[in-house]
Design a protein around this ligand. Sequence first.
Ligand code: ADP
Length: 334
Amino acid sequence: MMEIIARQREYLAGQIGNGVTGNLASFKANGASTEKGVGLLRGPDGQLPQQLRNIEPRLIEQISNEIIDSNTNVHWDDIAGLHHAKKCVNEMVIWPLLRPDIFKGCRSQGRGLLLFGPPGTGKTMIGKAIAGESKATFFYISASSVTSMWVGEGEKLVRALFGVARCHQPAVIFVDEIDSLLSKRNHIMSMSQPGELRHRATNRPQDLDEAARRRLTKRFYITLPSAEARAWIIRTLLNKDGLFKLSKKDIDTICKLTDGYSGSDMTNLVKDASMGPIREVLKQGGEITNLKMEDMRSVTLKDFKDALKEVRPSVSWNELRIYEEWNNQFGSLS
Ligand code: ADP
C-alpha cells in the first residue's frame, strides 16, 4: 500500500531555495549510499524487480539517495496543536497503512489528501509523522526538484519514484510544493497511473486547478499555532535542554506577544531567547571559552522580549486571508 501526501510551495522565493537545498542535503546524509540504496532493491539473483527494469538505473540511484528519508523520526507527540487534523490523518492514512486488511471495501479511504496552509506550520512534520507512526518508508519530493533540478525529466522521475516506492511498501510519498505540479500551468503528476496517486499536500491552494481539487478529496487547513500550541512549543523546546523556568504568567505574556507567529517562527524565537543568558555573560566581559554551564542563569521573559525584536512573524495577514477564504470554500475542517 502506498500513500501520497503533498503540500504547496512557500510564498517567499528565499524559502523555496533554502528549504529545498536543506532538505535534500539532509536526506542525502541520512539516506543509504547509492550502492546500498539500489542494492537493497535487488533480489537474490542480483536482478532489480520487474517494475524497475525499464527505469534508468541513474534515476533509481537518485531517488534512493535524495528522495528516500530513512530517518524521519517524527511522531504525533512532536507536533503542537492541530488535534483535529492529526485525528483525521490517523483515521484516513495511518490506520489503513497499519491494517490494510480492515480498511478495504466500504472502509477504504479517499484517494487524495491535501495539507495546505502557511509555511512553517507543521505540514512536512505531519508527512514525516505519518511515515514514523505507520512505519512506512518516507519519500520526499519537492516540485522544484522535478521542475528545475531534473529539467525535462520530471515525468521520468515521477514514474521512477512510483516504481521505487512500490518496492518499499508501505510507502508515504510527500510531494512538497504540489501546486506547481498540479496547477493550471503544469500536469506532470497526472502522468502517473490513475489509482496510484493517493494523497498529496500544498501552500498555494488557490493555484490548484479544478481537476486536481477533485482528486484531493480531503483538504486540511494546517493553521498557525494557537496560543496553547505556542506555549507547548516554548515549554517543550526549553524543557529538552533543561532551561525551562518560566512562570505561567510569563508564558501567557509571550503567547499574547506572538499572535501570528508560525510554529517555525516560535522555534526560532525560542532559539534566540535561549541565547540571552550567554549574550549577557559575554556582555559583562566573560569569555565563551571560560563559560560554565552552572553559572548561566535560566531563560527569562526579558530574553523573549529581546528575541521578539529579532524574530518577527513570517506570515502576513494577507496570506492568511487567502488560506482562510480557500478553506471556507474547499477545506475539510471547520
Ligand atoms: P511546513 O508547514 O512549511 O511544512 P514544517 O513542518 O517543515 O513546516 O515546520 C518547520 C519547523 O517548524 C519544524 O521542523 C518545527 O521545528 C517547527 N514547527 C512548525 N510547526 C510546528 C508544530 N505544529 N509543532 C511543533 N513544531 C513546529
